[in-house]
Write a protein that binds this ligand. Structure first.
Ligand code: GAP
Length: 514
C-alpha cells in the first residue's frame, strides 16, 4: 500500500471530520458561528480518550501532581491580579464615515480573501478544466506570485501585531488601500468575554469567562497544598474550557472562541526554574512522541517576546497542514501569579518549606496544552489516502489504536443463519470494556471502508465457519491483513492491542528515565 497524498489539505480534513461525525460547525442550521465547533459522536470519544491519556499521564501516574476542576466563572479581581484585564488585548479601528468598528486582522483577512484570493481564483478559471489542472496551478507563475504576496502580507501583519507597532500597522492598512484618512486611530480591545452576574440591574456585576484555566489553579493553591499535604515541588493539573474572543476565525479547530485546555502548574522553590523548565519541556515532547507520531512533525520554538507573566517560554510546535504552529506552551511564570494574587486578595499565598526551613512564594513552571489542537494534530496526522495493490484507493484514519474512538466493529458475514446472534453475543460481552460497534448492513467491503474512515483498528467478522469452530476473523485496519482468533480470546486480544495501559507503560518509562 502506498500513500497517495502525504500532505492532506485542511479542506479535506474538515470535510472528513464532518462527514464521519467527528466535528460539526456549531449552530449550523442557523448558518453557524465563526470559530465555534461541536464535537460529534466519534469526535467526543476521540477527544475524551486524549483527555484521559493526558490526565492519567499527568495525575494518575505521578505522586507529585494532583488534579482539580475549578469553576469557569471567577471573581473579577482574579483577572486584575493576573494582568488579563490590562494586557490581554487585540487591535480595532473605526471607520469615521460609517461609524462601523473593525478588527485589524479581519480587515487584512478580508482584503486577502476579496482581492488576492479572487485574483487567484480567476487565474485558476483561465487555466480551465485541464485534466492536469493541479499541475498547472502549482506551476503557474501568476498564481505563484499571488500566493507569495498573500503569504508576505500575512507575515507582515503578524510581525507588526506581535510587536504592537500601531503606527506601522495603520501605515500598512493605508498602503494596501484597506483604509484611508477617514478612519480613526487603532484601539486595543480585550479578548475576554464579559458577562453579568446577578438579576437586577443595580446588583449586577461584570464577570469574565476564563481565558485560561491556570488562574483556577493559582487561586486554589493554598487549598490544594494544605488539604493534599503537598510538598514542593508539586503540581496541580486541570482540564477545562477556556474562552477567547479571537479575531482570526480560521484554521478550523486550531483557533476557536471556546476551546479546551489541559494545564498543569508545577510549584517549585525560587530559582529552581531553569532545571524544571527544561525537565517539563523534555517530558511534554516525549508525551506526544509516545503516541507514535513522527518526531519530525514537532519542534520547539522559544519565545523572544514574552507574555507579561513569564521569564522564559517555549512552544511545542506541530507541523499542521498549514505549517508549524503552537500546540502547547511551556512557561516559566516565576512567582508572578501567586505574588499578585497575594497582593490583590490580601491572603497569604506563601509556602513553608520544611527542608529549607523558610517561607517563600513558590515559582511556577506551566505546561499548557490545547486539547482541540492536539485533536487536530492527531487527526490530520492519521488521515491517509492510500492506493491499494488492486488499484483501488481507500481513505483510512490510522489513529493510535489506544485512543481510537471505536476499538472494534463486530460484523456477521450475512444477516441470517445464526451469524447475527453470535456477533451480538460478542458485542454484548466486549461492550463492558470498550466502545464497540455492531454492524450488519451492506457488504463486508463497504463495512470495512466505513470503519477505516473512522479509525476503528479491528473489524471482527463472524462467518459460517464460526458456527463450528468458534473462531472469528479479525481484520487489521492498517495492514488490511486478517487472522483467525478464538471467540473466547477476543477480550485478551483487544487488551494486548488497544488498552491504554500500553501507552501508560511508555510514559512510566519516560518518567523513570528523566
Ligand atoms: N495558561 C497559559 C496559556 O493559556 P496560551 O499559549 O495562551 O497560554 C495555551 O495557551 C494553549 O492553549 C496553546 O498552546 C493552544 O494549544 C491552546 N489555545 C490557545 N488559544 C486557543 C484557541 N483560540 N483555540 C484553540 N486552542 C487554543
Amino acid at each position: 500500500m502506498s500513500h497517495i497524498n502525504e500532505n492532506i489539505q485542511l479542506e479535506f480534513i474538515i470535510s472528513h471530520a464532518k462527514a464521519y461525525g467527528f466535528i460539526f460547525p456549531s449552530s449550523e442550521i442557523y448558518n453557524g458561528l465563526s470559530a465555534v465547533y461541536d464535537y460529534g459522536q466519534y469526535g467526543v470519544l476521540l477527544k475524551n480518550n486524549i483527555k484521559n491519556f493526558w490526565w492519567k499521564s499527568m495525575v494518575q501516574l505521578r505522586k507529585d501532581i494532583i488534579g482539580i476542576d475549578s469553576a469557569i466563572m471567577m471573581d473579577t479581581n482574579i483577572w486584575k491580579a493576573s494582568g488579563h484585564i490590562n494586557a490581554f488585548n487585540d487591535l480595532m479601528i473605526e471607520n469615521l464615515n460609517t461609524k462601523s468598528k473593525h478588527k485589524i486582522d479581519i480587515l487584512i483577512e478580508e482584503y486577502i480573501e476579496n482581492k488576492i484570493q479572487k485574483e487567484i481564483n480567476n487565474a485558476k478559471i483561465i487555466l480551465g478544466n485541464s485534466f492536469n489542472e493541479e499541475y498547472f496551478i502549482k506551476n503557474n507563475t501568476n498564481i505563484i506570485a499571488l500566493n507569495l504576496k498573500k503569504k508576505k502580507i500575512f507575515e507582515q501583519m503578524f510581525k507588526l501585531l506581535k510587536s504592537n507597532n500601531i503606527a506601522e500597522i495603520k501605515s500598512l492598512l493605508i498602503e494596501l488601500e484597506i483604509i484611508n484618512n477617514n478612519w480613526g486611530n487603532i484601539q486595543k480591545c480585550n479578548l475576554m468575554f464579559k458577562t453579568k452576574l446577578g438579576y437586577t440591574d443595580d446588583k449586577q456585576i461584570d464577570i469574565y469567562l476564563r481565558p485560561e484555566t491556570a488562574q483556577g489553579i493559582f487561586s486554589n493553591f493554598s487549598n490544594v497544598q494544605k488539604t493534599g499535604r503537598m510538598k514542593i515541588p508539586f503540581g496541580i493539573a486541570q482540564i477545562g474550557k477556556a474562552f477567547r474572543n479571537e479575531i482570526i476565525a480560521r484554521q478550523f479547530i486550531f483557533r476557536m472562541k471556546e476551546f479546551e485546555q489541559m494545564e498543569m502548574q508545577f510549584f517549585i522553590a525560587p530559582h529552581e526554574d531553569k532545571k524544571w523548565f527544561s525537565y517539563w519541556k523534555n517530558i511534554r515532547l516525549k508525551w506526544y512522541l509516545s503516541l507514535g507520531l513522527d518526531k519530525y512533525y514537532f519542534k520547539f520554538k522559544n519565545h523572544t517576546k514574552l507574555a507579561h507573566y513569564a521569564n522564559a517560554a517555549t512552544d511545542i510546535e506541530y507541523k499542521f497542514p498549514f505549517g508549524f504552529k503552537e500546540l502547547e506552551g511551556i512557561h516559566s511564570r516565576t512567582d508572578f501569579d501567586l505574588r499578585n494574587h497575594q497582593k490583590f486578595s490580601k491572603k497569604k499565598l506563601q509556602y513553608y518549606d520544611p527542608y529549607k526551613k523558610c517561607c517563600y512564594i513558590p515559582y511556577v513552571i506551566e505546561t499548557s496544552a490545547g486539547l482541540d489542537r492536539i485533536f487536530l494534530s492527531i487527526f490530520s496526522y492519521s488521515l491517509k489516502k492510500e492506493l491499494l495493490p488492486n488499484g483501488n484507493s481507500r481513505i483510512v484514519l490510522k489513529l493510535p489504536p489506544t485512543i481510537a474512538p471505536i476499538k472494534a466493529a463486530i460484523f456477521p458475514l450475512v444477516n441470517k443463519d445464526g451469524l447475527p446472534e453470535i456477533a451480538i453475543n460478542i458485542f454484548n460481552k466486549l461492550k463492558l470494556y470498550y466502545n464497540i460497534i455492531y454492524e450488519e448492513k451492506e457488504s463486508i467491503g463497504k463495512r470495512y471502508r466505513r470503519q477505516d474512515a473512522i479509525g476503528t483498528p479491528f473489524c471482527i467478522t463472524v462467518d459460517y465457519e464460526s458456527l463450528s469452530d468458534n473462531n472469528v476473523t479479525i481484520r487489521f485496519r492498517d495492514s488490511m491483513l486478517s487472522k483467525r482468533v478464538s471467540i473466547k480470546n477476543l477480550k485478551k486480544f483487544l487488551e494486548n492491542h488497544i488498552n491504554m495501559k500500553i501507552l501508560l507503560k511508555k510514559i512510566i518509562n519516560i518518567y523513570n528515565k528523566n
